[in-house]
Ligand binder design. Sequence first.
Ligand code: NAP
Length: 258
Amino acid sequence: MTSNRVALITGASRGIGKAITLALAEGGLDVVINFARQRDAAAQVQAEASRLGVKAGLLQADISQIADHGRVFEFLKEKFGRLDVLINNAGVAPKVREDMLNASEESFDRLMNTNLRGPYFLTQRLARWMVELRQQVANYSPVIVNISSISAYTSSPNRADYCLTKAGVAMMTQLYAHRLAEFEIPVFEIRPGIIETDMTAGVKEKYDRLIAEGLTPIPRWGKPEDVGKAAAAIVQGCFPYSTGEVFNVDGGFHLRRL
Ligand code: NAP
């Protein structure tokens, strides 16, 4: 068993997951970089993390497939022997933004499976192990962080399926926070706003305009590193008597304004 704390970050090959991985590696955690398809990008993240002096593992697994979760568990157990931090970050947007009066069941199922059902059951499996590890590992301070979105509470009828999954992740955070509190495993939600990644590349001009018009009180796009820093602060243990808390990383988007 490694003596470092170990973090699994799902969807860590790019974007927000990559930034979280590097922020945690900078803080001295060993990291497990999960990805679905883009092995080369994930391998680059692995190389960057290794240069920070920590152990970095590379793990292909499709989080939407419950059948892949056993492999995630075995990999962590065999290569690291422990899990301290689970970051449920992997997620997808609809392939096309389509009015909810027409949007397909196929898109709904794809998003639900990847953004909610997969993370829900992955957390179930790994949280059970964390409960066992609490009895076995000295100075164990586990934490689970779910990456939701401002879409958890913001209605966008042209991607209703996405909004529903993120609202589900918000409730999933509360449920696991409640259930795992007796084991001192806190569960937090980070709610990113409009962050510059591959996911938002197709709508860049639209959001450039909206941000210029005042959509976010802090007048700029969010960067993946903004989310990485928030995750690192949570993982460091700066909030020892909190669980189920929501961290808005959105340039103030959530503020009601008049
Ligand atoms: P991104 O740039 O599209 O990256 C998505 C990551 O998730 C990639 O590493 C991808 O792996 C991985 N992934 C996708 N499906 C997967 C699956 N089934 N199993 C395992 N990994 C999978 O997205 P992002 O913008 O960084 O978003 C990360 C998270 O933040 C998502 O949950 C997203 O909903 C949320 N979020 C994003 C924004 C934003 O503005 N960008 C705002 C709010 C919330 P591959 O590289 O192998 O495909």
